[in-house]
Every structure is written in structure tokens, then in C-alpha cells.
Design a protein around this ligand. Sequence first.
Ligand SMILES: Cc1cc2nc3c(=O)[nH]c(=O)nc-3n(C[C@H](O)[C@H](O)[C@H](O)COP(=O)(O)OP(=O)(O)OC[C@H]3O[C@@H](n4cnc5c(N)ncnc54)[C@H](O)[C@@H]3O)c2cc1C
Length: 142
Amino acid sequence: MTEANDFDVLVIGSGAAGLTLALQLADHLRVALLSKSTLQAGSTWLAQGGIAAVLDPQDHFENHVQDTWIAGAKLSRPKAIEHTITNGPDAIRWLIDQGVPFTQDQQGYHLTREGGHSHRRIIHAADATGRAVHETLIKKCP
Ligand SMILES: Cc1cc2nc3c(=O)[nH]c(=O)nc-3n(C[C@H](O)[C@H](O)[C@H](O)COP(=O)(O)OP(=O)(O)OC[C@H]3O[C@@H](n4cnc5c(N)ncnc54)[C@H](O)[C@@H]3O)c2cc1C
């Protein structure tokens, strides 16, 4: 193996998950990102509506947990729901720090309400959120 191909970590998949992991590891490790097609192929680029997280002061983790539990027909793993929801706001803040242009209005970031949610908690970039997230994270890759 040449030095150019010598990496500490190989991340397979260039969607939001793979790009997030690769960018977070790249501070201290040499990371290669592999995708089976173009960087844009996959679900992330296609996602439109937005990302659900507890961002409104009127909303609470318990509300989001309960909505998710009901929407999942009470079949989801409670620990997975809780982990995902309590880490949601930090994940959104990380995306904002990377430069994702989420839609704002005079009150701040605009939140929509979608089916199954008891509160407004969908942060979005117009109606092409996945594309905005994907383009921003791809640009951050050296
Ligand atoms: C039309 C649509 C609309 C959606 N809207 C929303 C929404 O509004 N809000 C929301 O939260 N979620 C939405 N989703 C779901 C969301 O897009 C996905 O949950 C999310 O993008 C998954 O990210 P990911 O990185 O795990 O997968 P992906 O973005 O699909 O990335 C997978 C990566 O793996 C690569 N790959 C796959 N197989 C291989 C292989 N064998 N070898 C190498 N590489 C491989 C692909 O090329 C790709 O780079 C939507 C999905 C779709 C399809």
C-alpha cells in the first residue's frame, strides 16, 4: 500500500451518516470515505421535509419520545428512541456549525409540524433539506 492509500479508518457510505462520522474523525485520524456510486447517491440527497428535534422551548424530550413511541406502534426500542431524541438538538447544532442553511424567520430557525408530531419540531432548509445537508457536509471534506 502506498502512503497515499494508507488510512486509519475506512468509512463506507457518503450519506449524512458516513459524512458525519468521517468529518468528526478527520480531526485526529486519516479517513477514507468510500461510496458505491457518486457522492450524491443515496437517501440523504433526496430527503425533503426536514429533521425532527426538540428545539422549541415549549417542547420537551418527553413529548418527542411519546410521539415516536406511538408512531412506531410501540415496537421501537425505548433506549434507541431516548438516545436519538435527547441527542437531536446537539446534532442539529453541529449541522448549523458546519454551515447548513436551515430556513429562518424573524423568530429564529423556522420549525414546521408534520404528521405524528404533537409540536412544531421539524427544522428544514426550504423544501430540500437533505440536499442542503449533503452539499454542506461534502464541501467540508478536504
Ligand atoms: C425520498 C426520501 C425522502 C426523505 N425525507 C426525509 C425527511 O424529510 N426527513 C428525514 O429525517 N428523513 C427523510 N428521509 C430518510 C433520510 O433521507 C435517511 O434516513 C438518511 O438520509 C439516511 O442517511 P444514511 O447516510 O444512513 O444513508 P444514505 O444517505 O442512503 O447513504 C448511504 C450511502 O451508502 C452507500 N452505499 C450503499 N451500499 C453500498 C455498498 N454496498 N458499498 C459502498 N457504499 C454503499 C451509498 O452510495 C450512500 O453513499 C427520506 C428518504 C427518502 C428516500
